[in-house]
Write a protein that binds this ligand. Structure first.
Ligand code: UDX
Length: 540
């Protein structure tokens, strides 16, 4: 494999920024430049306040970008996807801390900065041996395939720029999630702009998850590199593999044909989402039969062929990837004339929406089918715990449904989301909603959970933040009634009497609402703990 001196990553977003930062961190001899035409974003990457919040990212960027001598910590939350690192090539030491977290300590000697963030797109492309394309590939919003097909506008635009400026022989890498056979389009674009000039095209999808991006990048389950069968393409794959081999054991670097690699990314996300929809569908059966979905998940999860991860029933998956990638997969299947296959995968999304809407409906039913003059609190607005990422958050869809019922107030508290930003975001997203007033009312975003919950008729736990669980109980002042939240942050530990010490994650609340429907008797009804005026639904 040829030696790599310069890597250029086009796109300084959720994938490009952290991926390039870790590549630079682990390869001090390679100059890694991240380019984006968005000047504001690049400015933020060059500042102390990075545009992306990921544990450990600040340290990695500081070391690679500024050449700081640092001792850095990365904590691995229990249950994170990352491996324990026993077979990694990293020079780190790892010790399990008493609270069940792993602290990975890396001592880094002083070094030359080798991570650059720049808006000089064409210049940086022209200097690179490897060019990673890591731009947005959202779902098309109009035209043919609207709402399903992948919008390739940004990807295609960048490919054209790369085609015009890359040096002959450069390796062009698809990092963005793209439909299967995109590499063919890349080759055609290169040929169109630079006929006769040879470039290599590889697929190298990224599997990092929000909130554990750095950990996932430092200790990936696998690195997937897809190439064509030609000798030169395989050599290019080997060149890219050497970049990863600086910190990833060879056994985890998989090389496949390019189409398998492109497809694998769509399939990985679709299968993960499918597991969630499958267990959510079972939760509906559990509610009608008295089976407990957590018990069912635990039982089936013991079968190693099924596995115990990603089997948590809840209010459905969110995030920027799952829905988009399933839509892309099903659209791909249909474009290939495979109607039944497309229909099969679309069902995963249908089930996700069914589960979320079922939850909203249950809340309304439990409040006597009217929210007029009532205050409803949502704890959590992000699509999952420990992130401020709100893309495709189920909470937003729940708010939409509740808003139609004309409540007095919808109170929101999220430990990671800035209240002002959240309020404006919701206002923009819901601007077409009839019940929304000019000032954003009746939606109120709080910076304190207790205030958000005060005098509320129902409290919905819509994101599985630890502080909404009761794992770590706090001491309460003597003489005051039970505990409220277990908190690992700066939550005011004052007891709040409508929330009792109990498991208060999304799942149990969900179950409580369902118990209510089975009418287990008001006195013993756990839902009573959450609702000020427990009002039995008609069918109870
Ligand atoms: C996902 C994939 O995990 C990652 O590999 C890919 O690169 C991008 O998409 P992410 O979107 O960050 O990552 O979130 P993830 O942790 O996978 O969770 C997705 C959603 O599923 C969240 O809304 C989460 O709350 C929900 N979920 C997850 C469940 O409802 N139940 C589960 O058991 C697991």
């Amino acid at each position: 494999a040829q030696p790599v001196k310069n890597i250029c990553c086009v796109g300084a977003g959720y994938v490009g920024g952290p991926t390039a930062a870790v590549m630079a961190f682990q390869n001090p001899n390679i100059r890694v430049t991240v380019v984006d035409r968005d000047e504001r974003r690049i400015r933020r990457w060059n500042s102390k306040h990075l545009p992306i919040h990921e544990p450990g990212l600040g340290d990695i960027v500081r070391i690679a970008r500024d050449g700081s001598r640092e001792i850095s910590f990365t904590n691995t939350p229990v249950g994170s996807r990352a491996n324990d690192g026993s077979d990694t090539a990293s020079s780190s030491e790892s010790e399990p801390a008493s609270d069940g977290h792993h602290f990975r300590m890396t001592v880094v000697p002083s070094r030359q900065p080798n991570l650059i963030f720049s808006t000089e797109v064409t210049k940086c492309i022209s200097e690179a041996d490897i060019i990673l394309i890591a731009v947005n590939t959202p779902t098309k919003s109009r035209g043919i395939g609207a709402g399903r097909a992948t919008d390739m506008t940004a990807f295609e635009a960048v490919t054209s720029v790369v085609a015009q400026h890359a040096r002959p022989g450069a390796i062009i890498v698809e990092k963005s999630t793209v439909p299967c056979r995109t590499a063919e389009l890349v080759r055609e674009t290169m040929e169109l702009h630079r006929p006769g000039v040879h470039f290599e095209v590889l697929s190298n999808p990224e599997f990092l998850a929000a909130g554990t991006a750095v950990q996932d990048l430092l200790q990936p389950d696998r690195i997937l590199i897809g190439s064509l069968t030609s000798e030169s393409s395989r050599r290019a794959a080997e060149t890219l593999a050497t970049v990863y081999a600086a910190w990833v054991p060879r056994s985890r670097i998989l090389t496949t044909n390019i189409w398998s690699s492109e497809l694998s990314k769509l399939v990985a996300n679709s299968m993960l989402a499918q597991r969630i929809s499958s267990i959510n569908s079972i939760s509906a059966i559990c509610e009608k039969t008295g089976a407990e979905v957590d018990e069912v998940a635990a039982s089936i999860g013991r079968d190693p062929r099924i596995g115990n991860k990603f089997l948590k029933a809840g209010i459905g998956f969110g995030g920027s990837c799952f829905k988009k990638d399933i839509l892309s997969l099903s659209y791909l299947a249909e474009s290939l004339g495979l109607e039944e296959v497309g229909e099969y995968w679309r069902q995963v999304i249908k089930m996700n929406e069914y589960q979320r809407d079922r939850f909203s409906r249950r809340v309304i039913t439990c409040l006597n089918n009217t929210l007029v003059a009532k205050k409803i609190t949502l704890l959590g607005y992000a699509f999952k715990a420990n992130t401020s990422d709100t893309r495709e958050s189920p909470a937003l869809e729940i708010i939409k449904t509740l808003l139609e019922e004309n409540p007095r107030e919808i109170a929101i508290y999220d430990p990671c989301c800035n209240p002002v930003v959240t309020r404006n975001e919701i206002k923009i997203l819901l601007r077409d909603q009839a019940a929304l007033q000019d000032d954003g009312g009746p939606i109120v975003v709080y910076s304190n959970a207790y205030e958000a919950c005060a005098a509320s008729h129902a409290i919905l736990i819509t994101t599985e933040f630890d502080e909404f669980r009761n794992k770590k109980r706090l001491e309460t002042p003597k003489g005051l009634p039970g505990i409220t939240f277990g908190s690992n942050k700066s939550l005011d530990p004052r007891p709040f009497k409508r929330i009792e010490p109990s498991e208060t994650d999304i799942l149990s609340l969900h179950k409580f609402l369902l118990h209510k429907n089975r009418c287990s008797g008001v006195g013993s009804d756990p839902l009573q703990r959450y609702i000020e005026e427990p009002a039995c639904a008609e069918d109870c």
